[in-house]
Design a protein around this ligand. Structure first.
Ligand code: ZN
Length: 135
């Protein structure tokens, strides 16, 4: 989980990120924070469309992969191919799989192996890390 360890296709300096993102987005996406559950309007978003990275605009998830997990965070069972990458996150005494944007490296959330079939994956994503674009 060292963002500096590799170069992403889209890169900005820390000052540029602070300018591009809201303070809450910066806290989540660049400092590996977590939004308060139930706090993001995208949790309720049910229209057909796509969810893209708030940092670089890359499409990440389609609305038909979104499901109600009851966690308070937007949840998906599958990302768009190649849109996200994962690392092992050992913070807070837990071993979790961290999810970030494959294009700009911004932290998005975590993925857990308890989602619905057929993928059985639950991508638990911070709503502030995404923009929604209706079809
Ligand atoms: Zn991105």
């Amino acid at each position: 989980m060292d963002d500096q360890a590799r170069t992403y296709p889209v890169t900005y300096t820390d000052a540029e990120w602070r300018q591009r993102l809201t303070p809450e987005q910066y806290r989540v996406m660049r400092a590996h924070g977590t939004e308060r559950p139930g706090s993001c309007a995208l949790l309720q978003e049910k229209r057909p469309g796509s969810f893209s990275c708030a940092g670089c605009g890359q499409p990440l998830f389609r609305s038909n992969r979104k499901f109600e997990s009851g966690t308070g965070w937007p949840s998906f069972d599958d990302p768009l191919e190649g849109a996200v990458e994962t690392t092992t996150d050992r913070s807070y005494g837990m071993v979790r799989t961290e999810v970030h944007c494959a294009r700009c490296g911004s932290h998005l959330g975590h993925v857990f192996p308890d989602g619905p079939p057929p993928s059985f994956q639950r991508y638990c994503i911070n709503g502030v890390a995404m923009d929604f674009h209706p079809d």
